[in-house]
Design a protein around this ligand. Structure first.
Ligand code: DP6
Length: 332
């Protein structure tokens, strides 16, 4: 049996940061994101899962080369969690391919774990709805629960059953752009999974609990702003959620300073354009790259400005992407 799926990364507008249960990856905050598709080049993550007789352990092939390190362990952890939730017991060969760098703060783990869950759903031949696939994705990576859906997506807090993503608006609702100023395409310093554990352990409760509580208002304000396509309102929510995220990271022990000098340079250049009246809004993930939201009509002016900044090594222009889908284009 063989099954393949393709999925895309997503960018949180209201960020996920911290679990109430690390084994089930149950988030402490409600989060909200836009699924991303590249305009000039695709942001696709493909995963093929295949059964094979005589396998006594899972095997993981990344871009044609067998991995026995971190990627292998992350994928096997998700496969084990998905097997535990279903009747499926067989060991698998997993082959993956991405058109963008994974582990560098471009939300690659979200695309990876959602593609693996979607392919797993196709393999086990039991009908699983998108809600269940979102829960299976969350086992691999919290933010992956959102990449199961296209467009604008919310992941509520709750029990294992309740914390499944829901689509608010599909990818055709609003041609919002996320222009990613890549200042460092390398691996991030601290993985999100580890960083959020450090935060929940060490961030002063008065700061972290305020951040957790703010996720509800931020999510409902963001949802309303997306509904009415009000970029000013959405941008304000995005920037204040991001500033809160940074405060929490800077109050984590040891300090989680994901920014580099070039990150700050991009933020300064964005504020200059904002002062000139351009509606563009900047934030980061758990990494130094800057995600700037804007209307499609303003994206070229923003991109021209970013081309002039020395620390920007790449620019990825994204629009709302579609959901994770099954395909017959197997990698094996
Ligand atoms: C900062 O739970 O997806 O991107 O699996 O380690 O990548 P990893 O962590 P995950 O955390 C995502 C953290 C974030 C914010 C977000 O996407 O909401």
């Amino acid at each position: 049996m063989i099954s393949t799926a393709v999925s895309h990364p997503n960018k949180a507008i209201v960020i996920y940061w911290g679990n109430s249960d690390d084994e089930l990856n149950l988030p402490s905050r409600t989060s909200l994101s836009m699924t991303l598709q590249g305009i000039e080049r695709p942001l696709d993550y493909t995963a093929t899962l295949q059964t094979s007789s005589g396998l006594d352990r899972d095997r993981v092939i990344v871009d044609g080369v067998e991995d026995k390190g971190q990627i292998y362990s992350d994928i096997v952890r998700q496969l084990d969690a998905m097997r535990k939730l279903t009747e499926f017991r067989q060991k698998l060969v997993v082959s993956t391919k991405a058109t963008f760098p994974i582990g560098s703060g471009l939300a690659g783990s979200a695309a990876a774990a959602s593609a693996i869950a979607e392919a797993f759903a196709g393999l086990i031949r039991v009908h699983l709805d998108k809600k269940t696939i979102s829960i299976l994705s969350r086992r691999g990576s919290g933010s992956a629960a959102r990449s199961v859906f296209g467009g604008f997506v919310k992941l509520p807090v709750g029990t294992d059953e309740q914390s499944a993503a829901v689509q608010l608006y599909d990818e055709n609702h609003w041609d919002l752009r996320d222009v990613i100023a890549v200042v460092d395409p390398g691996l991030k310093k601290v993985k999100s999974r580890d960083g959020m554990r450090m935060t929940t352990r060490s961030c002063p409760p008065e700061i972290y609990s305020g951040f957790v509580a703010a996720s509800e208002t931020h999510s409902s304000d963001a949802e309303a702003a997306i509904g009415s396509k009000d970029l000013q309102k959405l941008g304000e929510v995005y920037e204040s959620d991001n500033a809160y995220f940074r405060e929490v990271c800077m109050n984590t022990e040891p300090v989680l300073d994901y920014w580099s000098k070039s990150t700050a340079d991009v933020f300064n250049a964005v504020s200059e354009l904002q002062n000139e009246g351009l509606a563009i809004f900047a934030g980061t993930d758990a990494g130094p790259n800057v995600h700037i939201f804007c209307e499609s009509r303003d994206s070229m002016r923003l991109i021209d400005m970013l081309h002039g900044l020395q620390g920007v090594v790449d620019i990825i222009h994204c629009k709302p992407g579609g959901p994770s889908i099954s395909t017959e284009a197997h990698l094996m």
